[in-house]
Every structure is written in C-alpha cells, then in structure tokens.
Design a protein around this ligand. Structure first.
Ligand SMILES: Cc1ncc(COP(=O)(O)O)c(C=O)c1O
Ligand SMILES: Nc1c(O)cccc1C(=O)C[C@H](N)C(=O)O
Length: 425
C-alpha cells in the first residue's frame, strides 16, 4: 500500500475508515488538557463509554432488589456470565460450550494446569518460550515445584536464534521433537508481550500433540488482537485476560477455553466449586459435584457481576464490529505506523529499530539504541502514552478500535522532535 507522511494523507485515511466513528465510543485520557495518543491498549484498553451504564444497572439492581437481583434483575446475576459467551466464543474461535469467564489470567492458568499438567515419571517436562511474561514463568515454576520437580531440569525455555529478536516456528517444533516423550505440556504466549510476535499456534499445537503432550496458550496479547481458531486448531486449553485489547477494565476477568473433547470427562481432574455444577440442580445444595457439560465446569465461585458488567459492555462493541473489520484496520494502521517510524528513522538515522517481525498483531516494539529512557519520558510528557519494557524497548500498539491515522502522523512529528531533543541527532 502507498503511504505518505503528511497530515492530509492521514486525515484522508481517517475519512475512509469504516471504524473511525468508534473512536468516539471510548474515553481517552488527557495530558495538559489535550487528548492523548494512546498506544497502550496492549496493557490496558480504554474505557468504552457504554460501560458506565452497565455498571450503574447492577448498582441500581443491588440497591433496589438486593438478594432478589440474583434471579429477578433485568439481567439476572446468577447466569450473568453466560451473556458474554456468544461474543467471546467468536473472538477466540471456540464453540460457546468451550468458553467460560472467570477469575483472572494467572489464576486460570494455574487452574487449567491442575487439569492438563499431569506429570508422570517418564513424561513431566514443560516447554515455554524464553523470557515468557514473568507471571507465566512464576506460574510454571511453582507448578513444577508443587509436583516436586526441579524447574532447572523440567522447564524447557525455547530460545530465539543467536542475534535475532524473534523466533522461527521451527525453533519450537525442533525443541518439541527433541523433548519427545518426556514432554507433558507446551504452554506459550500466543502473541509475545515483548516483541509482539504472533506464533504459529496451529503448527506448534500439532507438533506438541504429535509427541503426546497437551498444548495450552496464554492469549493475553492475542484475544481481540489476532485471528484465533482455537477449536479448529485443536488446542487443548487456553486462557486470556480481558483488560487489554478487549477493553473490559483494569484487572478484569479472564476467559478460558477448554476443547470440547475434554468436556464431561470424569478422568480429567479439576479444582471444583459450586458454580461449576449444573445450574438446574445447583440450588439443591447436594453434596455431589454434578459438573455442567461445558467449560463452566471449571468455574468455582459465583462471578463478580460488577466486574463482568463493563466486560459485557465491551463485548457488545466487538459483536457490533466483528474481528474481521478490526483486523483489516489493524493491518493498515500498523503498516502506517511502521511507515512513519521508517520515515523518522531515515531523517534521524540509527537511534532505534523495530524488533517486531512481520507475523504480528497491532503491536510494534521499538528497541531504542543508547540512552532511550529520556526519549520515553519526552513522549509521555508530550501526551503519547507508550510503555517501557526493560532494558530498552518501547511498545506501540495502535488499537484499531480507537486509534486514528492522524494519531500515527502526529506521533511521528513528536517522535522526531523527541529524538532531536534527547539524542541530539
Ligand atoms: C502474557 C501475560 N501473561 C500473564 C499476565 C498476567 O495477567 P494477570 O495479572 O491478569 O494474571 C499478563 C499481563 O499482565 C500477560 O501479558
Ligand atoms: N495489568 C497491568 C497492571 O495492572 C499494571 C501494569 C501493567 C499491566 C499489564 O497488564 C502489563 C502487560 N501484561 C504487559 O504485557 O506488560
């Protein structure tokens, strides 16, 4: 596609953007009274304007109905979570019965490992990517320790090729084949939080299952950002958070996917609670656990409805727009951002490089050479919200729901001024 580094060109792209009107559907933070350029939808998505009404409705029902709200609120609380499932299932490419909403991401990964990491003397190793998001590293190592295993021996962390900032699919496949029948579980971030790389989840899933391992995915940076076909890819299980690209609110609920072949299988163990029992019989308060035949069997407690309300509001927007349209815009706006970065690099050479490979969602990770931190501080003060990941990367994620092409152009101008001020060239 042909791009130009000019305000008119960017404004023309905005004028033709079918999703342009959704910018108005979100609250933007301000710096010095001016709307920011928001690049951190990969960390915390913006607040959709419709979410306040959804939260207010719960507060009002609680005020007016108290306990009766569980069954008689306009959207009753006892099965409130089910309202999220149809849209969420579309976002992750699962069947509705394979998807549930509960807890938070790290909690759910632990819960799913209880079911799908069943080490034996022969088959006990776990394979993940090197430098996985720290919470995933802690989660995996602590699971190994719970089973009396030594993470140094039992955890395989697949390295990037020497001198490279990203993996090849073959790096994972080779490591999986090498681990062979010692491998119990593959659990990787489907989109890497640091470099923004989208892994070939289908091929890696096939490779893991070929050697007899279970394969799960942490989709924190994937859900709402990239195409997912979890059912068709035959993924065993997955979990994600909803507060990044799905705009559900800080620390909000996680989703899980459990492939249908694992549903209703009495020999798969699980930590259980009353919300995992069939809803028809739940209130009989019987001593036996009678699991629902869906991924809801993994639910423990009655869900925090006040938290689910903004998640439901956000999913209504996904339902309205659809992943296909989001991904179409994502590809163009990310390519435009890449073009702008390349232009600025040509004008002020040698200060940074993009380390995100072509297999990407909307995140571009930019490695700053030399002293990058003053440039990061400059951008933040100028109203460009980016994040800093040690030792020297800034991440730029132009979320297609609410970022504009004009944002990308204006960012380029600010970046250039920032480079000249902080690097001096
Ligand atoms: C890849 C990845 N895994 C795990 C987490 C931890 O999520 P949570 O704090 O919701 O458990 C995050 C984000 O914080 C993440 O990006
Ligand atoms: N959830 C976060 C928070 O409460 C504070 C700061 C950052 C976060 C994040 O989600 C970070 C994010 N997972 C990352 O990719 O770095």
């Amino acid at each position: 596609m042909h791009f130009e580094n000019s305000l008119t060109f960017a404004q023309n792209l905005d004028a033709q953007d079918a999703l342009g009107k959704y910018r108005e559907a979100f609250h933007f933070p301000k710096v010095n009274g001016k709307q920011t350029i928001y690049f951190t939808g990969n960390s915390l998505g913006l607040q959709p304007k419709n979410s306040q009404g959804f939260v207010d409705a719960i507060m009002e029902d609680w005020r007016n109905l108290a306990v009766e709200g569980h069954f008689y609120a306009e959207k009753p609380w006892w099965d409130y979570h089910e309202r999220l499932i149809p849209s969420l299932a579309k976002v992750v490419g699962g069947k509705p019965e394979e998807v549930s909403v509960m807890n938070t991401l790290t909690v759910n990964l632990h819960m799913l490992m209880v079911s799908f990491y069943r080490p034996t003397k022969q088959r006990y190793k776990i394979l993940c990517e090197e430098k996985a998001f720290p919470s995933d590293q802690y989660m995996l190592k602590s699971q190994l320790k719970v089973h009396g295993l030594d993470p140094d021996e039992a955890l395989i962390e697949v390295k990037k090729p020497e001198g490279k900032h990203h993996w090849e699919t073959s790096d994972f496949i080779n490591a999986i084949e090498q681990a062979g029948d010692e491998l119990a579980l593959v659990l990787i971030g489907g989109v890497n939080y640091y470099n923004g790389q989208v892994l070939d989840m289908q091929r890696i899933t096939e490779a893991g299952q070929r050697v007899g391992a279970k394969v799960g995915w942490d989709l924190a940076h994937a859900a709402g950002n990239v195409v997912l076909n979890l059912h068709d890819w035959n993924v065993d299980f997955a979990a994600w958070c909803s507060y990044k690209y799905m705009n559900s609110g800080p620390g909000n609920a996680s989703g899980i996917f459990v492939h249908e072949r694992h549903l209703n299988q009495p020999d798969i163990p699980r930590f259980e609670g009353w919300w995992g029992t069939k809803k028809e019989t739940r209130f009989l308060m019987a001593p036996e656990f009678d699991p629902t035949p869906t991924a809801d069997a993994w639910q423990l407690s009655n869900p925090p409805v006040l938290a689910l309300a903004p998640y439901l509001a956000a999913l209504e927007l996904f339902e309205e727009v659809g992943m296909e349209a989001l991904i179409q815009k994502r590809d163009v706006i990310t390519a435009y951002l890449e073009f702008i970065l390349t232009e600025i690099d040509a004008q002020t050479p040698g200060n940074f490089e993009i380390i995100t490979p072509k297999d990407r969602g909307c995140q571009l990770s930019v490695l700053l050479h030399g002293q990058g931190r003053p440039l990061f501080d400059y951008l933040m003060k100028a109203g460009v919200i980016v994040d800093w990941r040690e030792p020297n990367v800034i991440r730029l994620a132009p979320a297609p729901f609410y970022c504009s092409y004009e944002d990308m152009f204006r960012f380029g101008q600010i970046l250039k001024a920032g480079i000249l001020e902080t690097y001096g060239k």
